[in-house]
Design a protein around this ligand. Structure first.
Ligand code: CP
Length: 315
């Protein structure tokens, strides 16, 4: 795996190896100095053409824990405003001596283009492209499910038979797409819940069950409920009648949360809109893994940076 562009190219053994490597890296929490020499002398460039809090800082933290040097580009305040292209921006940054580029962009396919156009020698890691893919989010979600459900015996295991309900704006969600690929690969059973207008076209060809009624999906006693933000910034028109109706039909309210079995995990990739897709009662409960997902993201991104660097080593 020289690049990581989506989860659909990951086989079961490859995905499990990444999760196991992340679990190994998580062991540095026990050390006094939480740093390894693994990527000493390597430069990781974070290219964030689109806003981010978790992913950008998590990649930065992961790279630094592996002793890599990190340079960061954000769209705001850059020469993009003077018309510089994606190609010229990336090549300019690589000319400063990078081996890995972590890329977030609002256009689906931007990371693929950087990886496969022959413009760069660096390994490319997709940190979210448009509505297409967010592979490290899916990996950290799978890591979190695996560690919560299998505990200390998680290493080497998949998610066979785990019932996952993903709720909300599936149509615009790169998180949902990457999660569906990876969860299918790891053996989980996925149900997508959304109003018809927020289901992606072609969803009937995905290996999932679809449902427009959230309460009916919850009646199936899922192991995991993953809530998604409504991505107004990616919508061209109105996709549901009113925010109030959306909250009432698709929000994880206190009442819906209290109807869950005590072992059901409540997940959210963030950023969350409290009182819209998720109530504070659910978000702040012991069943919520939201902050754990953030912590696990660092271990998973360490594993990804390490793996792509190893595979790209022959460059
Ligand atoms: N989950 C996620 O991608 O969050 P950010 O947009 O803050 O990176």
């Amino acid at each position: 795996m020289r690049h990581l562009l989506d989860t659909d190219g990951l086989g079961r053994d490859q995905a499990i190896a990444l999760l196991d490597t992340a679990a190994e890296f998580s062991g540095i929490q026990e050390r006094k100095v939480q740093k390894l020499p693994t990527l000493r002398g390597v430069t990781v460039a974070n290219l964030f053409f689109e806003d981010s809090t978790r992913t950008r800082l998590s990649f930065e933290s992961a790279a630094k824990k592996l002793s890599a040097d990190v340079i960061t580009f954000t769209g705001q305040g850059s020469s993009l405003s003077k018309g510089e292209s994606l190609k010229d921006t990336a090549q300019t940054i690589e000319a400063m001596g990078t081996q890995i580029m972590v890329v977030r962009h609002s256009s689906s396919g931007a990371a693929w283009r950087l990886a496969h156009s022959g413009w760069l020698n660096s390994s490319v890691v997709n940190a979210g492209d448009g509505t297409h893919a967010h592979p490290t989010q899916a990996l950290l979600d799978a890591y979190t499910m695996r560690s919560r459900l299998h505990g200390a015996a998680a290493t080497g295991k998949d998610l066979d038979g785990v019932r996952v309900v993903i709720v909300g704006d599936i149509a615009h969600s790169r998180v949902a797409r990457s999660n569906v690929h990876l969860l299918n690969t790891l053996g989980a059973e996925v149900t997508l819940v959304a109003p018809k207008t927020l289901m992606p076209t072609g969803v009937d060809k995905w290996s999932v069950t679809t449902q427009n009624n959230f309460d009916e999906a919850l009646a199936g006693s899922p192991d995991v409920v993953m809530m998604l933000r409504v991505q107004h910034e990616r919508m061209k028109g109105s996709h549901f009648p009113s925010p109030r109706e959306y909250v009432s039909r698709y929000g994880l309210s206190a009442e819906r949360f209290q109807s869950l079995k005590e072992s059901t995990l409540v997940m959210h990739p963030g950023p969350m809109n409290r009182g819209v897709e998720i109530s504070s009662v659910a978000a702040d409960s012991p069943q919520s893994t939201i902050l754990e997902q953030v912590t696990n993201g660092v271990w998973v991104r360490m594993a990804v940076l390490y793996s792509v660097y190893q595979q790209g080593d022959a460059r």
